[in-house]
Structure formats: structure tokens, C-alpha cells
Write a protein that binds this ligand. Structure first.
Ligand code: 3PG
Length: 213
């Protein structure tokens, strides 16, 4: 039994998880609808703005096609607030003893982050076999992930940070990559203009990305 079991069906649903930072609650539900209409129902709302928790609550309440999670979850307080708002999964760029303790008390699956072999091993000891790999490109990208695959067999990663349409499929071809994440399907100017058609079209392209079987 792995702590990542409940995460498995979520990350298998889509090749790409949009990572979205929103300042305006009114954008949340239409954005999530556009992503779901384009084939990306799983969306991560980062806890980097004052509006984030309300955005998660709006999507959870109003967009039945969407599967909303909280990103940039750093503290137990943030974990609890996101859970109360209806987040169905949590993502962190790393991990801390306090965050892991909060996650142990919760049924909401967490994807904690690791870069180094020691971090990844410590998380596996806690039962996390699906881990975020952030920031993917500056940390070493595909060659680095490739070198982790043999010694860290059984750990799979969701890389984010510097991934876009030009390199996403190369990441997804790595056997230890379960899905990728990024901001490229939700450009700030499209969100500000309420250009949901553009976001739906970008989501449709990302939903068609191929990954390793
Ligand atoms: C994340 O939090 O995962 C990153 O902000 C995604 O970064 P990107 O803009 O490079 O996709």
C-alpha cells in the first residue's frame, strides 16, 4: 500500500496537469470549464495568491467536470484550508516534516516534490512513489531524470518548470515520468482577457500529448 495509490488514477487521467496561479475568483470556474472542455479536467491551483483558496472552492462547487487540486502547498495550515475548500489532491514543490504529518492525517492524496536521490528516497520511505520534480529544466531535465530511473526504480515523477509544447513529449517518453505539469496552456493574457476559447484550444493540444505506456 503506497501513499500514492489514490494519486495514480488522477495522474493517469491526463498527460499534462495545468499549473495555474489566479488572482481573480471570477476567472476560476470558466477557466476550469475551458480546460475540461479541451480534455484536461485535472487542474492545479497554486496557493500563491490571496484568491487561491476561493478559486479552488469555486471550481469544486461549480465545475462538476473538473478535478481540482491545490499546488504550492507548503504548510499544514495551507493543507487544511485547501482540503476545506474541496481540493481533491495536493501538490508541493518539496516536503517538510510538518507537511508530511498533515498529509498523514488526511485522505486527500499529496504529491510531494523531490530533486535529489536522498529526497526521493526519504519520500519513498514515507510511501510516496509519485513525486513532483521541480524545477525540472534547471534541475537537469530529461538527462537527470533518465539517470534516476535505474537506481530509483519504482519512483515516478511529474516534472514541472520549463516544460512546454516543444519538450513535453520527450519528458513523457521517459519511463519514470507519469505526467508533466506547466503553465503553457493557461497564458496570463488569455486569462485576463477571458479568452476561454484559446485556453480550450491549448488544452486540446496538450491533452493529445503521447506518453509512454
Ligand atoms: C510550477 O509551479 O510547477 C511551475 O510554476 C510551472 O512552471 P512553468 O511556468 O515553467 O510551466
Amino acid at each position: 500500500m503506497s501513499r500514492s495509490d489514490a494519486l495514480e488514477p488522477i495522474v493517469r487521467r491526463v498527460p499534462m496537469i495545468p499549473v495555474v496561479t489566479l488572482s481573480n475568483v471570477a476567472s476560476a470556474a470558466p477557466l476550469a470549464r475551458a480546460l475540461a472542455a479541451g480534455g484536461l479536467p485535472v487542474v492545479e491551483i497554486t496557493l500563491r495568491t490571496d484568491a487561491a483558496i476561493d478559486c479552488i472552492a469555486a471550481i469544486a462547487a461549480e465545475v462538476s467536470d473538473a478535478f481540482v487540486g491545490a499546488g504550492t502547498v507548503l504548510t499544514p495550515d495551507q493543507h487544511q484550508a485547501a482540503q476545506r475548500a474541496g481540493a481533491r489532491f495536493m501538490v508541493s514543490p518539496g516536503s517538510s516534516p510538518n507537511l508530511l504529518a498533515a498529509a498523514r492525517e488526511s485522505d486527500v492524496p499529496l504529491m510531494p516534490g523531490a530533486i535529489t536521490p536522498s529526497e526521493a528516497m526519504a519520500l519513498r520511505d514515507e510511501g510516496y512513489t509519485i513525486q513532483k520534480f521541480f524545477p525540472a529544466e534547471p534541475a537537469g531535465g530529461i538527462p537527470y531524470l533518465d539517470r534516476l530511473a535505474a537506481p530509483l526504480a519504482g519512483i515516478r515523477f511529474c516534472p514541472t518548470g520549463g516544460i512546454g509544447p516543444d519538450n513535453a513529449e520527450a519528458y513523457l517518453a521517459q519511463p519514470n515520468v507519469v505526467c508533466v505539469g506547466g503553465t503553457w496552456v493557461t497564458p496570463d493574457d488569455a486569462i485576463a482577457a477571458g479568452d476561454w476559447g484559446r485556453i480550450e484550444a491549448l488544452a486540446r493540444e496538450a491533452a493529445a500529448l503521447r506518453r509512454s505506456p
